[in-house]
Design a protein around this ligand. Sequence first.
Ligand SMILES: Cc1cc2nc3c(=O)[nH]c(=O)nc-3n(C[C@H](O)[C@H](O)[C@H](O)COP(=O)(O)OP(=O)(O)OC[C@H]3O[C@@H](n4cnc5c(N)ncnc54)[C@H](O)[C@@H]3O)c2cc1C
Length: 371
Amino acid sequence: MKVAIVGGGVIGLSLAYELNRRGHEVVVAERGRMGRQSSWAGAGVFPPSNIDTAIHPLEHLEARSDQLHPIWARDLKKQTGIDTGFLRCGGLYLARTVGEKAALSAVVGEWQERAFEAVQLTPAEMETRFGDLGCAGDEKLIAWWLPGETQICNPHHLEALVAACKAGGVTLLENCGDVRLDQAGETVKGIILPDHDQQTITADAYCITAGAWAQQIVSALPMVPVRGQMLLYKLDAAPFTTVVNEGSRYLVPRADGYVLFGATIEEAGFDTSTTPEGLANLKQHAQDLLPALTEDRLVKSWAGLRPGTFDGFPYIGPLAGHDNVFIAAGHFKAGLHLAPATAEVVSDLIERKEPTIDLRPFAPSRATMTQ
Ligand SMILES: Cc1cc2nc3c(=O)[nH]c(=O)nc-3n(C[C@H](O)[C@H](O)[C@H](O)COP(=O)(O)OP(=O)(O)OC[C@H]3O[C@@H](n4cnc5c(N)ncnc54)[C@H](O)[C@@H]3O)c2cc1C
């Protein structure tokens, strides 16, 4: 079967990788360069999951992705030689203010319900294990340690997906301009690549994986781009590799001494620029949390657009009225995490197999029903 995919972020590339491994012919048409939008801009942190206690299909999507990620990391390394930085590094969750303590205690209740391994750390344990943190000795600090949290280095992961797709014979078309569907009434006959001389590519099935821009291709999919600004620092060595979460902020130390700090949460349309206020606020929090993150250690900053939907769930499934057009977009804060399971279930749909996860909450048609 031939499949044409529109959008080369982590969702489109993961789908191409999965379909290629299943023996299909795949073309990915990307407006700019492969994997340079949200998927590159993100942090690559995966909160824990538990397949045994998963109830909602989203929890199943998380848990299935957590089963697949280590396998994909191993296979991608074998196929391309690229280390994706997949690391079960654990996550630290901190709360210092009254509001953050209340929010954290609600989250702890959820972890307990879902039987995640979670341990509360005493101030003495914090000093011993995370003495580099500015708040480590704070007697009023609440700290929880979740060994199941994971990170990948998303730019390396994307590089590996691109290399594996190329090696497998996937056609990766960059700088295509705003690819659109070639439609005659209800029938999609192909995709049109404006910046490739209006070339039309025909296929047996089509999948829209255009992230925050999916609505520009299929107007019936309400999307909300949610901007996140990020900072990247470089230290001489990693102080630790655990992800540190405090409220909506997080610090992600990579094993090579690079440290990410993020992120803002803003609705600013499709504007991917950073702002002086956003960066100043992040810098202040970064140095407060890890005093070694001084201005002279800052390497760069950027912003990306999380693909948000009207109800917080991604769109995964057939486009209403079509049996050969599928959508996989709107993964908001978790697209890097959910990509392998999304690729698996969408490949099943394309092959007319029943996916192992109930996709009803993700049906793209729910958007038109609420309009
Ligand atoms: C600051 C920040 C932090 C994040 N942290 C995490 C995290 O820790 N963990 C996690 O799991 N997720 C995280 N995310 C979310 C994650 O990055 C996204 O959910 C994910 O990247 C979405 O992937 P995508 O492929 O759908 O979108 P994208 O990566 O944006 O890819 C969509 C692609 O489609 C292309 N495109 C758009 N329109 C067209 C068109 N008409 N024709 C052709 N191509 C088109 C775009 O150019 C783009 O390359 C974060 C995001 C941000 C911004």
